[in-house]
Design a protein around this ligand. Structure first.
Ligand SMILES: Nc1ncnc2c1ncn2[C@@H]1O[C@H](COP(=O)(O)OP(=O)(O)OP(=O)(O)O)[C@@H](O)[C@H]1O
Ligand SMILES: [Mg+2]
Length: 277
């Protein structure tokens, strides 16, 4: 049944009704005690991510990007502030929010196939055959079908990262938290995965928070690119990328966005964050 639209509601109100925040990060601060003193990794960071939005975080090494992802995942607790997922406080990891870590975190005692299957074993609604079919689908997607029986130690760094990607995608989480997932890959594989991830994101309506050092990658994938600054870690600037999808990493329009974002990074003293493009 169609709801009557209030005649006097503003466009902003209407959009809020359609797209409530999938993730709400409210005033999150986090510090660490290290041998060289206290580090304020995150300082009152606030961010709303809408359902099915793709948000990229860009910033220099050590500015708190992984810390923020870990807090959103429920793997770490903030000192103050809160994270809400679907309006509920995040207190622990959940199957709905999967992280793809910066370093591949695979089980060395399982094969490639076993690693991808692992997350699917927690899905009781899938039959054994379904789980196998889904695992095979994602291994093919990342180009590792030939290696499904291989042991983890037999793989290159880039191959391990692709297994991690397949493992994160296989249980079909609503929210994917990706920490520089493509950094270790060669340019050709990366380009192919840019296409695949855009397709998966669109077809499955995933909400993605994606950390990268590569500005062009951020502009290619993100609806928004957020620039971080370190010590203390803060969000400094935000760019909405209004280009049609699927986006081609090599397009001229995309390069223009990347140039603007790079200039902003330089302005806030974050030039070191920019990957060689
Ligand atoms: N467990 C920890 N103990 C002590 N300090 C930590 C810990 N985790 C992070 N830090 C510090 O917090 C700050 C932010 O770290 P974080 O890993 O979030 O940065 P990052 O933006 O992900 O960097 P990179 O781009 O290099 O991955 C850094 O100064 C780091 O040294
Ligand atoms: Mg990191």
């Amino acid at each position: 049944m169609r709801r009557a639209v209030r005649r006097r509601s503003s466009a902003t109100e209407e959009l809020e009704v359609i797209a409530p925040s999938k993730l709400a990060i409210n005033n999150v601060s986090k510090s660490f005690q290290s041998a060289s003193g206290k580090v304020l990794a995150l300082d009152r960071v606030s961010l709303n991510v809408a359902e099915a939005e793709f948000v990229c975080l860009v910033g220099a090494s050590g500015c708190g990007k992984s810390t923020l992802l870990n807090i959103i995942a429920g793997l770490e607790k903030p000192d103050s502030g809160e994270v809400l997922a679907d309006g509920k406080p995040v207190t622990a990891p959940g199957r709905e929010r999967l992280v793809m870590f910066q370093e591949p975190a695979l089980f060395p005692w399982l094969t490639v196939f076993g690693n991808v299957l692992f997350g699917l074993n927690l899905k009781p609604n899938l039959s054994r055959k379904d789980r196998h079919d889904v695992a095979k689908y994602y291994l093919e997607l990342v180009g590792l079908s030939r290696f499904e029986r291989a042991n983890i130690h037999e793989l290159s760094g880039g191959m391990k990262q692709r297994v991690s990607l397949a493992r994160a995608l296989a249980p079909n989480p609503r929210v994917l938290l990706m920490d520089e997932p493509f950094a270790a890959l060669d340019a050709l594989t990366r380009e192919q995965l840019y296409g695949d991830i855009q397709e998966i994101w669109k077809a499955r309506r995933k909400t993605i928070v994606f950390v990268t050092h590569n500005v062009r990658e951020g502009a290619c994938l993100g609806d928004r690119v957020l620039l971080f600054s370190p010590h203390p870690g803060r969000i400094q600037e935000e760019f909405a990328v209004e280009l049609p999808r699927p986006r081609d990493i090599n397009s001229v329009d995309l390069a223009a966005y990347a140039t603007r974002i790079t200039k902003a990074l330089k302005r806030i003293g974050q030039a070191e964050a920019v990957a060689a493009e």
